[in-house]
Design a protein around this ligand. Sequence first.
Ligand SMILES: *Cc1c(COP(=O)(O)O)cnc(C)c1O
Length: 229
Amino acid sequence: MSTIASNLQVVRERIATAAKAAGREPGDIALLAVSKTFAQSAVRAAYAAGQREFGENYVQEAIEKIAGLSDLQLVWHFIGPIQSNKTRAIAEHFDWVHSVAREKIAVRLAEARPAGRNPLDICLQVNVSGEASKSGVNPEEVGALAEAVRALPRLRLRGLMAIPEPTNDIALQRRRCVDLRQLLLQLNAAGYGLDTLSMGMSQDLEAAVTEGATIVRIGTAVFGERKRA
Ligand SMILES: *Cc1c(COP(=O)(O)O)cnc(C)c1O
């Protein structure tokens, strides 16, 4: 078995163990393999081990990878910071975008999404870490952003995403995840019908699954340490 295949098996077991301990169905948590900085061959190895959903952060790198792997049936998620001059490429090449934090970016994604394709699935990135993080919309502004995004054509608002500050403190990991879940519940109480909580990385996977993650985004634990950010 390849290293990536055995890593995937370990990660799937971590998800299943955390899910069962929380009284959840392991099948309700999707594993997104974050392949940024790794070669197409690594994605092929993961595919051979049954992985179908992949996450990327850098547009140029991702587009080359997506083109080189077009013989495989893969689902691509954009999870990195979004510059407005990259919205067209993102809207044309990806199935999901997890990192929408500004209305202007959402408008550009909607304009650029090809009419013949499925709506682009969207998560709003929320800053649940306050001063410890700069990226994501502030929790108080999520409602207004959700309302704006919901009104746009060719986008389908699916849920919320967060990248909490890295910490080994399990209680803090869980608190950040609870905060994101509470925001999702508030939106759903207002009728949004959102089904996605994108939270949990290699270090805080268990906390995220315990607190309701429906997509975990795992890089290092699947592909190994990255040589660059
Ligand atoms: C890189 C990255 C991940 C994966 O992080 P690991 O700690 O390597 O699992 C997940 N989400 C986002 C947004 C990332 O940029």
